[in-house]
Design a protein around this ligand. Structure first.
Ligand code: NAD
Length: 478
């Protein structure tokens, strides 16, 4: 499939043109023009709110088993169309085709899990203390129409978390994917439409992010905001949501530490760290960044990490065997260079990479830095790209303190063969997700969310579904 014509979806109608004009979409692997999308103006945003309003009234009253069947048909379509959708995803986002295909298939699993849980949202009876009260039932109801904002690094997976949870809970949605990657998200939305989702239940708009978010957060129709993106934007939307007393879930940035203990095997950990660090060119919020390695393991770990980084096959994600694609845009290449230059100015050493790759598109070399002092930006600011920082430690308590020192708390990882150390690390690392002896903390069945400034609430897992519900007490007297 070549790159599709991008349309908005409002009240079951696909919209190709608006009075607000069109915006271009580029292929990050070579900078070429892929297509364009219609910009939603005030009229489209108002129509989307009206649609979500009546869509919610209908969908929230639809039997849970009927919702389950429709959503299940959507995931069947998603799996059947995965090869075509993955190609669109790679063209607009850059990641290798095999990774894009895994993302789409995982998105189907995420939605399926939430759909199953949506069927069995349980109520709870509480014994009354007033003599005339017969029943007190604590029940969960859908929160209402949702405005969902997703970023560009996982164009299908992140919308899947939000749509899977919101639709399974009985909510309607206005989805705004990132403007750099609207094609794959549109094809996900199309699966729901083609599965028979009633008009208005799921709507998709694109345009000016700040205009769309401020309009929808202030809307009387919208009950909940769900945002994935950077900490500064997450805080901004959180302030607006609080002003309007809107429910708010935020998945924001991280600066994940990795502690490699004296009893771990440095070279084995390096083999796991290479794909974890450089997957999606490091543009992953739970990406490992600060490698804190015990002095006894640093040589083996350094050798393995650098060799693995240098061996990655770089190229256009559509080409065979490519493991490492471009960054999303020129601004991100410039940001990587500025972070590396700052680290060098503070005395860091570059072990590999540290420069843009001399080819068309937005490629930055897989980069490993060592000896960056804590005053260097890379030690405190999320690079959100292919940069790893190595540091040595002697005392585990010091390493844990270093790991916990930042305002972020999304993911943290540690490697040890000692059971007591594993439990200590699990308890003491301040992160919403702690991976001991592996990096796979993001699964459809488990909650994904951050502590501290890394976010509010969770997505995926049962917790992800509950975030789209409200608790309601129904107390009946005789
Ligand atoms: P950015 O802060 O400009 O944008 C991040 C995302 O927020 C984008 O999808 C953007 O469209 C959206 N956005 C920006 N302003 C908005 C607004 N007023 N209302 C609604 N949405 C808005 O950053 P960027 O250069 O695109 O990406 C780099 C930063 O974003 C990184 O530092 C990283 O922390 C963060 N990021 C995080 C994730 C994640 O999965 N948590 C994903 C992508 C980007």
């Amino acid at each position: 499939m070549s790159y599709p014509v991008i349309q908005l979806l409002i009240n079951g109608e696909w919209i190709s043109h608006t009075t607000a004009g069109q915006q271009s979409i580029f292929n990050p692997a070579d900078g070429s023009l892929l297509g364009s999308f219609p910009i939603a103006g005030e009229a489209e945003l108002q129509a989307a709110q009206d649609a979500a309003d009546h869509g919610f009234k209908r969908w929230s009253r639809t039997l849970a088993v009927d919702r389950f069947r429709t959503i299940g048909q959507a995931t069947q379509l998603l799996r059947a169309r995965a090869p075509q959708i993955a190609r669109i995803l790679t063209q607009e986002q850059g990641k290798p085709l095999a990774e894009a295909l895994r993302e789409v298939m995982l998105a189907a699993d995420i939605i399926d899990f939430l759909n199953e849980e949506g069927k069995r949202l349980a109520s709870r009876g509480v014994p009354p203390r007033l003599v005339n009260v017969l029943t007190q039932t604590v029940t969960r109801v859908p929160v209402g129409p949702v405005a969902a904002f997703t970023p560009w690094n996982f164009p299908v997976n992140l919308p899947a978390r939000k749509l899977g949870a919101a639709l399974s809970a009985g909510c309607s949605v206005i989805l705004k994917p990132d403007e750099a990657v609207p094609g794959a998200a549109m094809e996900l939305v199309r699966c729901f439409q083609d599965a028979g989702l009633p008009a208005g239940v799921l709507n998709m708009v694109l345009g000016n992010p700040a205009q769309i978010s401020s309009t929808l957060i202030a809307s009387k129709v919208i009950a909940k905001i769900s945002f994935t993106g950077s900490v500064p934007v997450g805080k901004l939307l959180g302030e607006q949501a609080a002003r309007h007393m809107k429910r708010y879930t935020a998945e924001l940035g991280g600066h994940a530490p990795v502690i490699v203990c004296a009893d771990a095997d440095g070279s084995d950990v390096a083999k796991l760290a290479v794909p974890a660090k450089f997957r999606n060119a490091g543009q992953v919020c739970a990406s490992p960044i600060r490698f804190l390695v015990h002095r006894s393991q640093i040589d083996a770990f350094r050798t393995g990490l650098v060799a693995g980084a240098l061996a990655l096959k770089v190229g256009n994600g559509l080409d065979d065997g490519v493991q490492y694609g471009p960054l999303i845009a020129e601004r991100r290449v410039n940001e990587m260079q500025s972070i590396v230059d700052d680290a060098l100015a503070h005395g860091a050493r570059v072990l590999c990479g540290g420069h843009r790759l001399d080819r068309p598109g937005f490629f930055y070399a897989p980069t490993v830095l060592e000896d960056a002092p804590l005053s260097a930006r890379v030690q405190t600011q999320e690079p959100f790209g292919p940069i790893a920082v190595l540091d040595v430690f002697d005392d585990l308590g010091d390493a844990i303190a270093r790991a916990n020192a930042l305002p972020y708390g999304l993911a943290a990882y540690a490697f040890t063969q000692n059971l007591a150390t594993a439990h200590r690390l699990g308890q003491e690392l301040e992160a919403g997700m702690v991976g001991i002896n592996h990096f796979g903390v993001s699964q459809p069945e488990t909650p994904f969310g951050g502590l501290k400034e890394s976010g509010l609430g969770q997505e995926s897992g049962l917790e992800g579904l509950l975030g789209y519900t409200e608790v309601k007490l129904i107390s009946v007297a005789g």
